[in-house]
Design a protein around this ligand. Structure first.
Ligand code: AP5
Ligand code: MG
Length: 213
């Protein structure tokens, strides 16, 4: 099962992708998490990505595409995967489709987690992210058992640098301009499924399971 998560920043892609990965036993591949891990480890890729991420802009396609194409070719992705945060431009979607076509494969579902902009800014200021495993919490909606510590792995929880309100606004603009066109792209391919992302996250997940079976 090959799944793509679509949706605005803060729509809950990461939250749902993690649940999907656990239930269907497939890897959760988040390009944002990969970049944040690279930033934390001070790699060249991390340094390059950070300059874009801190401004709320997209990292250039050429820094993202090969990374994902290599990742989905790994052994643990043989039976499928859930891609979170990729593709987010039409050229990225075309590159993924071309890479999959070469091995006679294709994406099965593109799930759009639909949340209006008004809801997003609130969510982001309360979000805390685990630097070690990418786990996501919210200080009100999904608090960790111990403040500042990830329940799952004991890692440190941080407020992401790009979750400041002014950067969130920029990320929303970038989303509407560059990523939203993917909704039409996957609608035309007949694989787009939309879920209401404003309801409780367990209900969002139930709707997704209803689609995936
Ligand atoms: P990325 O890490 O992908 O960020 P994003 O798309 O902006 O999305 P977020 O991770 O902010 O939100 P989410 O939808 O995962 O929501 P979450 O589940 O955390 O990318 C970061 C940056 O990296 C980009 O800006 C770009 O620079 C770069 N980048 C990454 N991929 C790239 C690519 N392919 N090409 C180019 N550049 C790339 O939930 C949000 C909050 O809400 C949490 O606190 C959560 O607990 C809470 N929440 C979740 N669901 C609910 C619910 N149903 N009700 C109430 N609260 C909820
Ligand atoms: Mg995320």
């Amino acid at each position: 099962m090959k799944i793509i998560m679509l949706g605005a920043p803060g729509a809950g892609k990461g939250t749902q992708a993690k649940l999907i990965a656990e239930k269907y036993n497939i890897p959760h591949i988040s390009t944002g998490d990969i970049f944040r891990a690279n930033i934390k480890n001070g790699t060249e890729l991390g340094k390059k990505a950070k300059t874009y991420m801190d401004k709320g802009e997209l990292v250039p396609d050429e820094l993202v595409v090969d990374l994902v194409v290599d990742r989905v070719a790994k052994d643990d992705a043989k039976n499928g995967y859930v891609l979170d945060g990729f593709p987010r431009t039409i050229p990225q979607a075309e590159a993924l489709d071309a890479a999959l076509a070469k091995i006679n494969d294709k994406v099965d579902y593109a799930i759009d987690v639909d949340v209006p902009d008004e809801n997003i800014i609130n969510r982001m200021s309360g979000r805390r992210a685990c630097v070690a495993c990418g786990g996501t919490y919210h200080i009100v909606n999904v608090p960790p058992k111990k403040e500042g510590i990830c329940d799952a792995c004991g890692g440190e929880l941080i407020l992401r640098d790009d979750d400041k309100p002014e950067t969130v606004k920029k990320r929303l603009d970038v989303y509407h301009e560059q990523t939203q066109p993917l909704i039409d792209y996957y609608t035309e391919k007949g694989i787009l499924k939309t879920v209401d992302g404003t309801v409780d996250m367990n209900d969002v997940f139930a709707a997704i399971v209803g689609i995936l079976g």
